[in-house]
Write a protein that binds this ligand. Structure first.
Ligand SMILES: Cc1cc2nc3c(=O)[nH]c(=O)nc-3n(C[C@H](O)[C@H](O)[C@H](O)COP(=O)(O)OP(=O)(O)OC[C@H]3O[C@@H](n4cnc5c(N)ncnc54)[C@H](O)[C@@H]3O)c2cc1C
Length: 397
């Protein structure tokens, strides 16, 4: 097959992270080729659906800092489109203060917010119900409200990045281009796809929930688990009721993971409805191929029951249901993995990887970090907690 394309950086994986990397790399003068195995803005990876939560409360100070540092990058991206990329409604975290989940713990988040001098308000169960339309919560529940939380319009974010990259003279985008073979010759990685061979001295790998089919081409894999998550929308029955973005911490009850999160009504996503989802799966998967496009009916039923029991102004029948697939690292707080390829991979220092975890809130900042690591080998942002390759990379033959 003939080599038909040479660039400075090949980005494999054309989701929001890959597109944000291309945006930032080309802003620094690099010629970038993005390879996407399906079509751009597809609904098969981790960016399916429309909304994501942007929130500052985290139990770890490094997360609070990094999300805060993402704000100017969102502002920069917003200048590229007149359509809103976020609707700021605040973040409400509430529930059982003793629960420590993959999202953390309310008390620990308060400590991290205090340490980072981020303003927030503490709430009792009665205050949560009086101010935010929830009902019949246990008296022992506590909460915090942080005003900078927002609902991210991820669909518009992808569209904005895609349009910018389409117009950028230094960026080329190729769909239906799964990486099928990777080799290295004369200072270049050569990536074979059904559209031809593409080559560049540097690789950025942003495969979303499909890491191992890509990494195996370089002789390694990651240990991960996959969640095929269910989501639904609920029709508003009272126009005056509005919710912030929220998350409720509760202990599991039998098969019901019992942690839920939700979004405000926004005019860019099923106006008249709002989204509520479960933050658990009843059956984690061991490979992305096991995913279904049909949401687990029990997960939907548990969520609908929670809406019926504890929310006001909504019809508790789930509508517009969907799934979204995410790969998660196998450590308790399910971090993002951001690292160079493992040492045994030839020229590993020229391969930068970002996969797993909840990275929606970081999209434009992560573009900058991936660009820094690719072009300079370092970044001023504290990404040490995400350099987890030594724990999760495994050599394959
Ligand atoms: C239900 C759900 C809720 C979430 N909620 C939040 C939230 O509230 N806040 C938050 O911050 N984050 C959240 N996330 C996480 C966030 O959505 C993801 O981190 C983010 O969308 C990932 O973007 P990505 O570009 O890495 O992946 P993707 O959008 O999956 O893109 C990866 C792309 O790479 C392509 N690809 C893979 N392998 C190859 C290959 N070999 N060759 C070519 N192309 C390839 C895929 O086809 C895909 O298009 C959520 C995720 C889910 C699933």
């Amino acid at each position: 097959m003939k080599t038909n394309n040479t660039s400075d950086v090949l980005v494999i994986g054309g989701g929001p992270l890959g597109l944000a990397a291309a945006w930032q790399l080309s802003g620094k003068g690099a010629r970038v080729q993005v390879l996407e195995q399906f079509n751009f803005a597809n609904q098969l990876g981790s960016s399916a659906g429309v909304s994501r939560q942007f929130r500052i409360p985290y139990p770890q100070s490094y997360m609070v800092r990094l999300v805060t540092q993402a704000v100017p990058f969102w502002e920069q991206l917003q200048t590229l489109t007149p359509r809103p990329l976020m609707t700021k409604v605040g973040t409400l975290w509430f529930g059982d203060p003793s629960v420590k989940s993959t999202e953390g713990n309310i008390g620990e988040a308060e400590k991290a917010l205090k340490a980072e001098r981020v303003p927030y308000t503490s709430l009792t169960s009665a205050q949560i119900q009086a101010k935010y339309h929830f009902r019949d919560l246990p008296k022992t529940y506590v909460g915090l409200f942080q005003a900078d939380g927002a609902s991210i319009n991820l669909k518009e974010t992808i569209h904005t990045l895609l349009e910018w990259n389409r117009r950028a003279p230094g960026v080329r985008l190729s769909e239906d281009s799964p990486a099928q073979h990777i080799s290295w010759r004369s200072g270049m990685f050569r990536v074979r796809t059904p559209q031809g061979v593409f080559q560049a001295p540097k690789l950025v790998l942003t495969p979303g929930p499909f890491p191992n089919s890509l990494f195996k081409l370089l002789g390694f894999q990651i240990q991960a688990t996959w969640w095929c998550m269910a989501s639904a929308y609920y029709r508003k029955t009272r126009p005056d009721v509005q919710y912030p973005t929220w998350f409720v911490f509760q202990n599991p009850v039998g098969a019901n993971g019992n942690q839920f999160y939700g979004f405000p009504e926004v005019d860019w996503n099923y106006p008249g409805y709002l989204r509520v989802a479960s933050d658990f799966v009843m059956q984690p998967l061991t490979a992305p191929e096991q995913r279904s496009l049909i949401p687990n009916p029990k997960e939907l039923a548990y969520t609908a029951q929670w809406v019926r029991d504890h929310m006001t102004g909504l019809d508790p029948d789930p509508c517009y249901t969907s799934t979204c697939l995410v790969s998660l690292s196998t450590i308790p707080n399910k971090e993002i993995l951001l690292d160079h390829a493992p040492d045994h991979v030839p020229h590993h220092e020229d391969i930068v990887i970002c996969t797993t975890g909840w990275a929606g809130k970081f999209v434009p900042l992560m573009g900058r970090i991936l660009s820094d690591l690719t072009l300079d080998g370092k970044t001023p942002y504290d990404v040490a907690p995400f350099r987890l390759g030594h724990r999760f990379f495994q050599k394959t033959s």
